[in-house]
Design a protein around this ligand. Structure first.
Ligand code: HEC
Length: 98
């Protein structure tokens, strides 16, 4: 019985992390600095084309160390940025308000 409970809990935790939207993870992590009145100006997926986002992080172009963001979250964020990039079907220009 106890084992079943633990399993159910694990499944629930697993499911809730994968449900957390890319936008939420993006705003929470990137928006910590990138916001109006923050350390850096607001950024949004529609600022760049998908291929530019891909290269930007693969080539470590970001001027500030982002190693505090977990690799899993970073992957989710990059996917979100590409899915809503300037050249995507659903560009997002104001997840972080300007
Ligand atoms: C610890 C603070 C911090 C975090 C977290 C952070 N950034 Fe930055 N970012 C900066 C700073 C500072 C700059 C340089 C801003 C400038 O040049 O005025 C910058 C620059 C950038 C630039 C270049 C600006 C441009 O217009 O091309 C992009 C793109 C960018 N960040 C995207 C992101 C994304 C996406 C995330 C989340 C994965 C993120 N940043 C997380 C601080 C941060």
């Amino acid at each position: 019985m106890r084992r079943l409970l633990v399993l159910t809990l694990c499944l629930f935790l697993f499911a809730s992390t994968s449900w957390a939207g890319g936008q939420e993870i993006f705003v929470k992590n990137c928006g910590a600095c990138h916001k109006s009145g923050g350390k850096a100006p607001p950024v949004n997926p529609a600022d760049k084309a998908a291929v530019v986002w891909e290269k930007y992080f693969k080539r470590h172009r970001h001027p500030v160390d982002l190693s505090s963001i977990s690799p899993g979250d970073m992957e989710t964020i990059i996917k979100y940025l590409k899915d809503h990039a300037a050249d995507s079907d659903q560009p997002v220009a104001a997840a972080i308000p300007k």
